[in-house]
Design a protein around this ligand. Sequence first.
Ligand code: ADP
Ligand code: MG
Length: 666
Amino acid sequence: IQAAVMDGVNVEQNSIESVEESAAKSAFEKLQSDRKTLPIYPYREELLQAVHDHQVLVIVGETGSGKTTQIPQYLHEAGYSQRGKIGCTQPRRVAAMSVAARVSQEMGVKLGHEVGYSIRFEDCTSEKTIVKYMTDGMLLREFLGEPDLASYSVVMVDEAHERTLSTDILFGLVKDIARFRPDLKLLISSATLDAEKFSDYFDSAPIFKIPGRRFPVDIHYTKAPEADYLDAAVVTALQIHVTQPPGDGDILVFLTGQEEIEMAEEILKHRTRGLGTKIAELIICPIYANLPTELQAKIFEPTPEGARKVVLATNIAETSLTIDGIKYVIDPGFCKMKSYNPRTGMESLLVTPISKASANQRAGRSGRTGPGKCFRLYTAYNYYNDLDDNTIPEIQRTNLANVVLSLKSLGINDLLNFDFMDPPPSEALLKALELLYALSAVNKHGELTKAGRRMAEFPLDPMLSKMIVASDKYQCSDEIISIAAMLSIGNSIFYRPKDKQVHADNARLNFHMGNVGDHIALLKVYSSWKETNFSTQWCYENYIQVRSMKRARDIRDQLEGLLERVEIELTPNPNDMDSIKKAITSGFFPHSARLQKNGSYRTVKHPQTVQIHPSSGLAQVRPRWVIYHELVLTTKEYMRQVTELKPEWLVEIAPHYYQLKDVEDG
Ligand code: ADP
Ligand code: MG
């Protein structure tokens, strides 16, 4: 109305603004009224009272009840944020980002201001931030700079049931600081019912239960095991879609990772295209850890009338993210899980059957807003007889070198007596110490060395940090941090469109010219991109993912900042390949392998037969001696990211680890 009485040109503009404003206002009001419909809302006062009365509280509530998005807001509204930040940890990056985005909307503030998130290599917070979502790994790193978490008034360790390595370590650390910080409130929240265990661990902390609203879920099993669960999942999704009326509910399919999700997406697109307009629209929404942020929001958009959404998700949709409107769940019964062999020190990511607890969480996703259906693509016999009851905590099946290094730099030396909820195998602890000793991060008494202290500054695996620290000696830190950044983004740098495979392969070969090895090839990709002033066009022409490159650049910038912190000068040394390779070897010497007569390789320490991954530039070349970045187990045990090396370097660089006889040919 005010706009209308004003004169002239501005009238129209102002009235448009006020339309937008009122739309925004009503969206905001809608969000506020939605908040009040969540299962947690009726318990708001009771919960605040319990937090007030107890220092440590275990909170249990079904996925979707509002724990993650509401509790930090309630605490903020109750004034806790005046005394310090409210921190909430998430095991997954995507969850931290997506929940922070949601909460900033609900609070009507800009993301990164009052509400922010912090994940590795990406800090979206500011001075103003009072509600901070972060990965559990990031809070662990914050201990390094602020050992008593003085800037926090509340720490909520969320999704505690996931029992990630970082969460388990956090348990021990927060339990400890709670003793000398009586003003700090500690919330441990979980979606499953084994809350007793958390309560016991935290000296019988009270358990606050948020009663769930759960509708019955019909569970269907297959009569016989499925030979190809991906195909079975796609077929099941399509069957649901064509036989059930659109509008009655969306479909959620659990797959194990990005590749599977992309494959399922392609098959679904292909088959629905074949059906043309005979069927209702099927909107395909993938969600996995590396999905670009812009696309993540898509899964939360309401499904348009007459259409159906099919969400293709990793484990992330099991408890970390709640997608409204799901009526059908398709559960092939697998997830990707890390496993670790403490004897050899080898770690691999394997597709593994899920636990009964996971299967039940997955099924539960279909019964949130009404009765649901869950299609298990395995037999009832399988479920009852083959699946474990619970997933083994990560701490018992992973390489601990990174965590041991962090704990050491926090001054926690006696790891065998650390207050673990479930202790790791002592073999794994010893193996971690052994590796850190080999990397000269600890001395023979297990004490952190200067190199170890520098390494701990980098949010990277110790071998990568060592490579960076060693680049000082070889005067090539500039190149090495580019390589470290490129290695950190994984294998999503090159792409290979179906219709242009030959072009893509040729573009790729360019970087491998002279059989320089994969590390140097990655460096060449980065440097060439930099020379074009970070051109997007150049990426297209070379079949390189711009998004991955931008991420590499961000990571590199941060590593550059960290170099300064540990007082290593940024030294370019672009033409001295041997120095660069020696710096790499300084971090990765435990990963050496030698060519065998039959064309396969054998790792030098803890002999094991391995192959060069077909995607490597050296796959055909097969040098006699190589070092590799990592092993991946698919059909065979493959070395990924491989570089040739001179065997004498091993003795020169790691005389405490290799003897001449280890590296003699013949
Ligand atoms: P819990 O932590 O108990 O599993 P959440 O607080 O994550 O529950 O979710 C509560 C509700 O908030 C969900 O049912 C969903 O409707 C909504 N929600 C959560 N995250 C988002 C998001 N990123 N976008 C849209 N809605 C969301
Ligand atoms: Mg949650």
